[in-house]
Design a protein around this ligand. Structure first.
Ligand code: KG4
Ligand code: ZN
Length: 350
């Protein structure tokens, strides 16, 4: 079974083909970073228009890479939420129309399920059950994963997502969009011990996160610096201290989630899982504690079509597909998804 996957929930147009027997056989991505950089963040209307421009050339590119024609596809998967409504609509309309024209089944994919399953694209996929830390620009979630589609949300951010905190702090430090990787780069030359920032919500029980206070603490410290704001080493140390506080907060909550579930397998996925300091800190902490930590390969941490093609292929192979209407879900709970072992129409309550 060969499934075309389309991702268009934000500022990346991702298209891929996943073969249920042979894995990924085509993969292409267009990033809109250059388009949005001028504005310091994603402009939703520009994002939608650019997805429309990119989808057809990318679909042609992956078909040619896989040596397939449209007629040889067995199904189409597309991100139907969560994300920017207009951006989601472009991918959903495109996928649905293509599926209708080719008389193929189509399936709606939850963007965060795509991130959660992305490590399964690798050579050494994690075994179920595991705890998954999802850290992206839009979400920070701790999820107990018993099987594909069997998700229990253990905790989530009550305000900013981890990636959002990276991006906002970076912007206030004067770094260009997208801020997360820029802040991480600046932090490389800083001293992570120089400023003492809070590890929010670690002093009380529970698995929820809050990053807005940490962001404010970093910005307030920066504003107090006066002339030192121009000093590169000081700015780098703000970035490094912020990053260290955020990573340690994530690590403390993961530790708690593993203890609460009595599991010893952790998966970290989503854009922030590309962060080098996070990976180092998690390795140093979890390796001696016999906890296995898995990540997607760097190319599949941030948004991509491969994770959507994979998630969609697993659902289509289990007999799930969506009815003809085009529906997007800018907000959508992971817990409402159907497990893949129960065949159905792939629909669940929004
Ligand atoms: O998963 P993703 O591509 O999109 C969403 O679903 O939101 O995540 C993007 C987020 C952005 O906030 C970006 O700044 C952050 O991931 N990010 C990073 C790094 N690479 C991407 N944050 C910290 N360090 C990185 N190396
Ligand atoms: Zn994402």
């Amino acid at each position: 079974m060969q499934v075309l996957g389309l991702e268009s929930s934000c500022d990346e147009t991702g298209v891929a083909i996943y073969d249920i027997d042979h894995g990924l056989i085509g993969d292409a991505l267009h990033s809109q970073i250059d388009l949005h950089r001028l504005y310091g963040g994603v402009v939703p209307e520009l994002a939608s228009r650019d997805h429309i421009r990119r989808l057809t050339p990318l679909v042609r590119q992956v078909l040619s890479e896989a040596g397939l024609s449209l007629q040889q596809l067995d199904g189409i998967a597309y991100t139907s939420g969560p994300g920017l409504a207009g951006a989601l609509m472009t991918g959903a309309m495109y996928a649905r129309s293509l599926a209708f024209g080719l008389s193929l089944p189509a399936v709606e994919v939850h963007h965060m399920e795509g991130h959660l399953l992305a490590p399964l694209l690798g050579a050494d996929p994690p075994e179920f059950p595991f705890v998954c830390l999802l850290v992206s620009g839009g979400h920070t979630l701790l999820v107990r994963v018993d099987a594909v589609g069997r998700y229990q949300v253990l905790g989530e951010s009550v305000d900013d997502a981890a990636g959002e905190a990276f991006d906002k702090t970076a912007k206030l430090l004067g770094l260009p969009y997208p801020g997360g990787p820029e802040l991480a780069r600046l932090a490389d030359s800083g001293d992570p011990q120089r400023f003492d920032f809070p590890r929010p919500m670690t002093d009380r029980p529970g698995l929820d996160f809050s990053f807005s206070g940490l962001k404010t603490a970093a910005i307030t410290q920066y504003q107090r610096l006066g002339e030192l704001q121009e000093d590169d080493a000081t700015r780098a140390s703000i970035a490094a201290s912020f990053q260290r506080a955020l990573v340690e907060t994530l690590r403390i909550k993961c530790d708690r989630a593993l203890a609460a579930t009595q599991l010893n397998r952790l998966v970290v996925s989503g854009g922030v899982s590309a962060n080098r300091v996070l990976r180092e800190s998690f390795r140093n902490w979890f390796e001696p504690r016999q906890v296995t930590v898995s990540y997607p390969s760097l190319a599949y941490c941030t948004d991509n079509g491969a994770m959507i093609a994979l998630a969609g292929a697993l659902r289509l192979a289990a007999g799930q597909s969506a009815p003809l209407g085009v529906e997007i879900r800018p907000r959508w709970s992971l817990e409402s998804l159907l497990p893949v072992d129960s065949a159905g129409d792939g629909r669940s309550a929004p």
